[in-house]
Ligand binder design. Structure first.
Ligand code: KIV
Length: 272
């Protein structure tokens, strides 16, 4: 496979330095070795082995059926050929109900090759779990805004943080996650103004998906940005295949547009 290249992998130190220098971080999901190698070749900084695999690989209508064993399997598929990218793996639904379970689940993902784990939510128990994991040398990415694992509680996939109270609450949660030791924060489906406010209020990089252009980086689900949605794509999704001649061209355009700040434009963002 000619996609492989021999470069030192990106470390969290390097990502934090990129963030400090104002370089945008390009993140895409992948779940298998072929796409992992291609994302490496195209210069993607971070690969997220997302529990979105429940939707795009397993055919479920939400991420909640995904098991920790599934996440470990796909993390292994991605990590085996990874040369350059930093790898974040999702802790799936109900795999981090208490700190001890979270550590056991994180260990499975890190043994499979993850450099960092991601968990959803910024309530007191999640903050306590972040602190517990970080103290035990598990690097953590937090995730606020729309939390797909809570879709059954939320009653659907809706933009979050629209009211002044909800926005203030999310800002406080972001600060608590960072204070507990999270080293990155995904912000999903929130008004751009709130994405900017949170990004300017904490020192760790924010990775937006429908959170406006002021986040420190951007993430999309690979199948979405290749125009392979089975349903109607979310507003924040840009189909990079529409103007590319190949999958490689689409991924390189994503990296280019994230780095230059061209993506996301207002048409992919939510107003207050
Ligand atoms: O699972 C996933 O792909 C994610 C992204 C939507 C950020 O968490």
């Amino acid at each position: 496979m000619s996609y492989l290249q021999t470069e030192k992998p990106l470390s969290i130190t390097k990502l934090l330095a990129m963030h400090a220098e104002g370089e945008k971080i390009a993140v895409l999901t992948a779940y298998d070795s072929t796409m992992s190698a291609l994302l490496n070749y195209c210069g993607v900084d971070v690969i997220l082995i997302g529990d979105s695999l429940g939707n795009v690989i397993q055919g479920h209508s939400s991420t909640t059926p995904v098991r920790i064993e599934d996440m470990a399997y796909h993390t292994g598929c991605v990590s085996r050929v990874n040369q350059h990218a930093f790898l974040i793996a999702d802790l799936p639904f109900a795999s981090y109900g208490d700190p001890v379970q979270a550590l056991e689940s994180s260990a499975l993902l890190m043994r499979a090759g993850a450099d960092m784990v991601k968990l959803e939510g910024g309530g007191n128990w999640q903050v306590e779990t972040i602190r517990y994991l970080v103290e035990r040398s598990v690097p953590v990415c937090a995730h606020l805004g729309l939390l797909p694992q809570s879709v059954h509680l939320l009653g659907g996939y809706k933009v979050q943080g629209k009211s002044r109270d909800a926005a203030t609450h999310m800002l406080e949660q972001a600060q608590m996650c960072a204070e507990a030791g999270a080293q990155m924060l995904v912000l999903e489906a929130i008004p751009s103004s709130l994405g900017a406010k949170i990004s300017h209020s904490i020192s760790i990089p924010t990775i937006g998906i429908g959170a406006g252009p002021d986040c420190s980086g951007q993430v999309l689900v690979l199948q979405d940005m290749l125009g392979l949605n089975l349903g109607k794509p979310a507003k924040f999704v840009k189909n990079f295949m529409a103007e590319a001649n190949s999958i490689e061209g689409a991924i390189k355009a994503f990296v280019r547009e994230v780095k230059s700040g061209k993506f996301p434009g207002p048409e992919h963002s939510f107003a207050s």
